[in-house]
Design a protein around this ligand. Structure first.
Ligand code: FRU
Length: 490
């Protein structure tokens, strides 16, 4: 048996052997993509190909730690029903012996082509990194390019931390943006170009050096992405090593973007400040694609590196991906909304209008649950603080608290009483307006909160008891009018 088949079979055996244990877990998600067993990290190769959406993912089938990485694969016709199509890449070749690391997908004239990083550790434990191709006609079965790797070395002035190619085509030329580290150990993103996906030339450093304060912004930038939105260019990076600053950068590593204009001749990008894409606890390595409706779609890893103690590990799996979001630009800020298709999952509508809440905490009949979507519009009157508690237990020991604090002008997510798992508080500035809108997606152990039509998003995993289903709505020191609340089971 060849090495590839051997590795594939080993992984499928692991999936099979752990199936019952994994499926016995209450915390399995109902409408998110997850690994069938083991660990999932970055989304890879997100693309619409021949009318179907594909998303691949970093996959360690043999444990919930970051071990030998494969590419797992999901596809979908509608972004909501995903088929697990098994394993796309196994690390069978010399240039990827320690993992098929992150990368992207392009449609090269009807051939679905993956561009990814082969990770190798030599006998002294030193890292080697190779950029590789794999091709497929049917979008399911991939063959590695016979002359892999297509890039053996990083350009001069950079270290072997050179990975996560994201490729796109513009005016008949292929461009690649790739995560890098300067020899002074600063995070960088490099732009390369090619006519055939096989021979690549460096264009230049996209950001870093002396541009807009990103010259000293972490020791490594992982998973860069670059795309046009509303005639501007958006660069997404996941920097490692940025220190917390007040409410900002409190997760171990960040993911965010800058908006500006890329000069395709020099690689230079003039841009504004770095803004975090998500304000919650678990969000990393997002990847985008454009679909035939012209939408710029984003999916991220709903997890973080070095967070390996989630309660699902005892059931043989860890992490998941976010729901797909659509990106828009509003005054140089990226707005993120759940894709329209999510509405097709809605059922059992429960709805209330104009509920006055005056310095009290209320419950509403049939507004409860663990797999749901809520849309709520609050008219802010004179309350100092107002918000919601989800996943409340009857004995009050568990609740996931979210509120707007008008004195601080901050939205707060507090998971200190959310149940098992990691704890903590995340906050983010929101302008104090007459109205606050929340669109909440709860899925047994994941929570995504979209604020004011996508102005900010908080994404987090929480692990409440399966009996903790209560929802409370409150206002402190004054009143609000809950103008409308709609709840659907999903
Ligand atoms: C980001 C990352 C990437 C790498 C992959 C390995 O989470 O570290 O830089 O390609 O994960 O799984």
């Amino acid at each position: 048996m060849n090495k590839n088949n051997e590795l594939m079979n080993k992984a499928y055996d692991a999936i099979q052997n752990n199936k019952d244990l994994v499926n016995s877990d209450y915390y399995r998600l109902k409408y998110h993509t997850m690994p069938p067993t083991g660990l999932l990290n970055d989304p890879n190769g997100f693309i619409q190909f021949k009318g179907e959406y594909h998303v691949f993912y970093q996959f360690h089938p043999f444990g919930t730690n970051h071990g030998l990485k494969y590419w797992g694969h999901y596809k979908s016709k509608d972004l909501i029903n995903w088929d697990d199509t098994g394993i796309a890449l196994a690390p069978s070749e010399w240039y990827e012996s320690h993992g098929c690391y992150s990368g992207s997908a392009v449609d090269d004239n009807g051939i679905l082509t993956l561009v990814y990083t082969g990770n190798v550790k030599d006998i002294d434990g030193n890292r080697e990194t190779y950029q590789c191709l794999a091709m497929s006609k049917d979008g399911i079965n991939f063959e590695k390019y016979k002359d892999n790797p297509v890039i053996h070395n990083q350009p001069e002035g950079y270290t072997r931390h050179f990975r996560d190619p994201k490729v796109w085509r513009k005016d008949g030329i292929w461009y690649m943006i790739i995560g890098a580290q300067s020899i002074k150990e600063e995070g960088r993103a490099l732009l390369l170009k090619s006519e055939n996906l096989k021979n690549w030339n460096l264009v230049g450093e996209v950001s870093g050096s002396n541009i807009n304060g990103l010259n000293d912004f972490g020791f490594m930038w992982e998973c860069p992405d670059l795309f046009e939105l509303d005639e501007k260019d958006v660069l997404i990076i996941s920097p490692q090593g940025v220190k917390p600053k007040g409410d900002l950068y409190n997760n171990i590593y960040q993911s965010g973007y800058v908006v500006g204009k890329l000069d395709y001749e020099s690689g230079n990008m003039k841009h504004g400040e770095f803004i975090e894409l998500d304000r919650g606890f678990e969000f990393y390595a997002p990847q985008t694609t454009i679909d035939d409706k012209g939408r710029r779609l984003l999916i991220a890893w709903m997890g973080l590196p070095e967070e390996e103690e989630h309660p699902t590990t005892e059931k043989g799996w860890i992490h998941a991906m976010t729901i797909p979001r659509v990106l828009e630009l509003r005054e140089n800020k990226v707005i993120q909304k759940p894709v329209e298709e999510m509405k097709k999952l809605r059922k059992d509508l429960v709805s209330y209008n104009n509920v006055e809440i005056n310095d009290e905490e209320i419950t509403l009949e049939n507004i409860s649950g663990d797999v749901f979507e809520i849309e709520a519009t609050f008219e802010v009157k004179d309350a100092k603080k107002f918000g919601m508690k989800l996943r409340c237990s009857k004995d009050l020991s568990e609740e996931t608290l979210m509120y707007y604090d008008r004195e601080d002008r901050k939205f707060v997510l507090d998971r200190n009483k959310s149940g098992k798992g990691y704890k903590g508080i995340r906050k983010c500035y929101i302008e104090d307006k007459k109205e606050l809108k929340l669109n909440i997606f709860m899925d047994t152990s994941s929570l995504e909160i979209f604020i004011n039509d996508g102005e900010e998003v908080f994404t987090s995993r929480i692990y409440p008891d399966k009996e903790s289903l209560g929802i409370k709505i409150f206002a402190n020191e004054g009143s609000i009018n809950l103008r409308e609340i709609n709840k659907w089971n999903l």
